[in-house]
Design a protein around this ligand. Structure first.
Ligand SMILES: NC(=O)c1ccc[n+]([C@@H]2O[C@H](COP(=O)([O-])OP(=O)(O)OC[C@H]3O[C@@H](n4cnc5c(N)ncnc54)[C@H](O)[C@@H]3O)[C@@H](O)[C@H]2O)c1
Length: 597
């Protein structure tokens, strides 16, 4: 030891695919000289094209001057073969995710690179320790995990093995700072922070698609609009590359305790075999204009517009039952969209309170310039207030938003069955109960559908439309048409615990709690990893504190009970925090203390 370079000026990058080309760009943009290495002339040309494509796009978007682009390219020396790396201070490998291949490359790098050089791997899931022992300098081997696209994502995970020298860690941390990246330094565990939390979710989304649970478009739009994610999971799989994703999942399954959620969905293997690798081959879950293009084009799976709505029944009057947060928001949404609304609560006082809340909210919209005074008055004028369910006899649709208790909802549906005229669409807003239970409390299950609004209903653009095995096509078409008339996006899914969004979101949050519980990383590092590595609007602990730990635990329990998936078992730490009354922001304390903020 002691031979390590304290300053890194020349770097090498091995493999110029999805990640390598982006990493070359990051180094060259920040003034480092780069030796960029590929296995053949053809692959080198593709790597050069990857880099040019990315920098040309940056110039076109005004993010890089043409002069800076030329200077950037002048710093890159493209070469075939590892021998070109004879005088670099640091080298990072980004070849396909196979241990044998990476070990062979590291053995070779050990021979070719100067003794002081640090050897880094960009592996997502393989053991950095196992890679390091292929060299005679394991103390100079480290994981430096960039995120895709490397020039955009701010995070770098630095993986220190038990033998990595502290000064090597310090040098690499300094290098990351010079690249303008934020690093988290962690130990060598399958998937590190971000992928360990991400890939179970991605694989689950593939399984939903494979099982025809929902369409690819609906799965992706649900996660974008329901959680504010920058991309849906299937579009992200296409960006990552299905071959790479398959290898990562397979390694995580084998290294990470054989969690079935990481066993790659069978469809992935089939798509990889068929050459459908995602953007890099022009086709994966979606079809792209050409290889490497981010632009999606229509294909045979693209839903035809309009066909579905043709069968919809006309809806003019909507009854809304309930007086809580969701009912209040939903009344406002329907009234603003021009429907005649009949609100039914359990008492005049409750009606007065809901009426007041709706008025306050509509006034706010006027103050913000989102609504005129005339529109506000018209919306209020369209609402009728009642405390008698019998008044729902003539409505075209009922939306039920009463307490989340099955006995209460079933009794209500039995009443609606007696009261409402034939053909009325009966919708429940339940977020966790089986919609079919409500349907079977009536004699008209074909007319019953789930309409899962997100909170606050006035703001959130997404509604999950849930069809049970008894829901008719006409009811579903009507529900979809109503959702789009509200200016919201409908995603159709089957009647399973958590529908799309909660089924994909909460296991990930639960996994984050388990990671914290295992002391692998701090809450701050985990939050930073998901925000800076994956572009999430909030980290998992920030989100848990907002949603409420009790609500999160209840949803996770439902998912676990329905699917009996061992990996879905609620994290003991989550249960303990709930027992202790640390429920999140609403009680002033959850994963973080909010009383002094
Ligand atoms: N794709 C992602 O989103 C992502 C994100 C972070 C990390 N990673 C990791 O980065 C690494 C690379 O993944 P990728 O998605 O860029 O793969 P890729 O298939 O897009 O690119 C791999 C490149 O390595 C080249 N290569 C193969 N053998 C080589 C050799 N012997 N010498 C030099 N070059 C060689 C190939 O020609 C290809 O261009 C993997 O370890 C992966 O797990 C991937």
């Amino acid at each position: 030891m002691g031979t390590v370079a304290r300053e890194i000026n020349t770097v090498g990058v091995v493999g110029l695919g999805t990640m390598g080309a982006g990493i070359v760009e990051v180094f060259a943009r920040n003034g480092l000289d780069v030796v960029a290495v590929e296995i053949s002339e053809g692959a080198l040309e593709r790597g050069r094209a990857n880099l040019s494509g990315s920098t040309d796009r940056a110039v076109a978007k005004g993010k890089l001057s043409a002069q800076d682009r030329d200077a950037l390219h002048a710093r890159v020396d493209f070469q075939v073969g590892l021998a070109a790396l004879h005088s670099v201070d640091f080298v990072i490998e980004a070849v396909p995710e196979h241990l044998d291949l990476k070990q062979a490359i590291f053995a070779e790098l050990d021979k070719v690179c100067p003794p002081h050089a640090i050897l880094a791997t960009n592996t997502s899931s393989l053991s950095v320790t196992e890679i390091s022992v292929a060299t005679h300098r394991p103390h100079q081997v480290i994981g430096v995990h960039f995120f895709n696209p490397a020039p955009v994502m701010k995070l770098v995970e630095i993986i220190r093995t038990v033998v990595t020298a502290p000064e090597v860690v310090a040098d690499v941390e300094a290098l990351c700072a010079r690249l303008g990246k934020t690093d988290v330094t962690i130990s060598d565990r399958a998937g590190f922070i971000a992928n360990a939390l991400l890939f179970g979710y991605l694989n689950h989304a593939v399984t939903m698609f494979e099982n025809h649970y929902a369409t690819r478009e609906d799965i992706d739009v649900a996660m974008k609009q329901g959680c504010g994610l920058p991309m849906g999971p299937l579009a992200l799989m296409d960006l990552i590359g299905l071959d790479t994703a398959y290898e990562i999942l397979d390694t995580m399954y084998r290294r990470g305790g054989r969690d079935r959620r990481h066993a790659p969905a069978p469809l992935l293997k089939q798509m990889v075999t068929a050459g459908l690798l995602g953007r890099k081959t022009g086709r994966g879950f979606y079809t792209y204009t050409k290889q490497g293009s981010p632009v999606v084009v229509a294909d045979e799976l693209t839903p035809a517009t309009g066909a579905h709505e043709a069968a919809a029944r006309p809806i003019g009057t909507v009854g809304i039952v309930g007086s809580g947060t969701m009912a209040t928001g939903i009344i406002e949404v329907f009234a603003k969209a021009g429907y005649e609304v009949l609100s039914v609560t359990r008492g005049a006082e409750k009606s007065a309170k809901v009426c007041e809340s709706v008025k306050v909210s509509l006034n706010k919209a006027v103050v913000r310039g989102k609504l005129t005074e005339a529109e506000r008055d018209a919306a209020i004028g369209r609402i009728t207030w009642s405390t008698n369910l019998d008044h729902l006899a003539d409505v075209d649709m009922v939306v039920e938003a009463v307490v989340e208790e099955l006995t209460v909802k079933k009794a209500l549906f039995a009443s609606l069955d007696e009261i409402c005229k034939p053909g009325t669409v009966l919708a429940t807003t339940t977020s966790s109960l089986p919609v079919v239970e409500c349907a079977m409390a009536t004699h008209r299950p074909a007319d019953v559908v789930g309409l899962h609004f997100f909170n606050p209903a006035q703001v959130m653009p997404l509604i999950e439309v849930v069809a049970t095995i008894r829901t008719s096509a006409a009811t579903l078409a009507t529900a979809d048409a109503v959702v789009s008339s509200l200016g919201k996006t409908a995603v159709d899914c089957a009647d399973r615990a958590g529908f799309i969004v909660n089924a994909l979101l909460f296991p990930y949050l639960n996994d984050a709690v388990k990671m914290l519980e295992a002391s692998y990383a701090t809450a701050d590092d985990i939050d930073a990893a998901m925000k800076l590595g994956c572009g999430y609007p909030m980290g998992p602990f920030e989100l848990l504190d907002v949603v409420g730990l009790d609500v999160s635990l209840a949803i996770q329990r439902e998912l676990y009970l329905e699917l009996r998936e061992p990996g879905f078992s609620p994290a003991p730490l989550l249960e303990h925090l709930v027992t202790a009354g640390y429920l999140g922001r609403k009680t002033g304390r959850g994963f973080r203390d909010h009383t002094h903020r």
